[in-house]
Design a protein around this ligand. Structure first.
Ligand code: SF4
Ligand code: SF4
Ligand code: SF4
Length: 189
């Protein structure tokens, strides 16, 4: 989606999706429509990428604003039969099967184990990793994590701040020196 000088990419929300992005889409697009951000050159556009799982198909890591959904997996011990299917499903090698599965810090929250469990013993609260300040071009830079959000309101709020900071500085967010620090100060009040 393109609105004025703001380019927003949502992933196609395939079978791996951990969250429904419809509400976020509406809020983000509304903010973009309201923003008076007109540019003449492609590299001046504010870019946003929002993905429904850590596979990050919308490339949030290289956008001014990025968000991706993930889960923190948990096991229901009453349901678990210790079959080991979750261990086989995890491409990050993040599960040790002791009496029950134990998740390590290598977990990226993709949900593959949850989908693979035949006993529906794995669940997880959906959260969003919010990133800011990424860009390509002559001096490419990966976006930095600025917040872990439990709800979609925070996603829309951070996006709105990024557009506001761009407008105040008359410069695309990721081109402003110290942009991520400016944003962090605003988020943390
Ligand atoms: S980011 Fe995840 S949910 Fe979205 S299209 Fe890619 S694999 Fe599917
Ligand atoms: S796949 Fe499910 S039932 Fe099997 S070990 Fe993992 S959590 Fe337990
Ligand atoms: S959520 Fe993904 S990375 Fe984490 S333990 Fe399950 S399969 Fe592995």
């Amino acid at each position: 989606m393109m609105s004025g000088g703001i380019e927003i990419t949502f992933c196609r929300q395939c079978k791996n999706a951990l969250a429904d992005l419809k509400i976020i889409e509406a809020e983000i697009e509304e903010t973009a429509k309201r923003a008076d951000w007109k540019v003449r050159k492609s590299h001046e556009k504010i870019k946003a990428g929002i993905s429904a799982c850590p596979n990050a198909c919308a490339a949030p890591q290289i956008k001014d604003f990025g968000a991706l959904a993930f889960i923190i997996p948990e096991v229901d011990r009453k349901r678990c039969t210790a079959c080991g299917m979750c261990v086989q499903a995890c491409r990050e090698n993040a599960i040790e099967l002791e009496e029950y599965p134990v998740f390590s810090e290598k977990c990226i929250g993709c949900g593959d184990c949850m989908r693979a469990c035949p006993s529906e013993a794995i669940s997880g609260q959906v959260k969003f990793r919010i990133l800011a300040g990424g860009k390509l071009g002559r001096h490419p830079r990966f976006a930095e994590e600025v917040l872990i959000a439990d709800d979609t309101n925070s996603i829309a709020d951070v996006f709105s701040q990024i557009v506001k900071i761009s407008m105040e500085n008359k410069m695309r967010f990721s081109h402003i020196p110290g942009c991520v620090d400016i944003l962090k100060k605003r988020i943390r009040g």
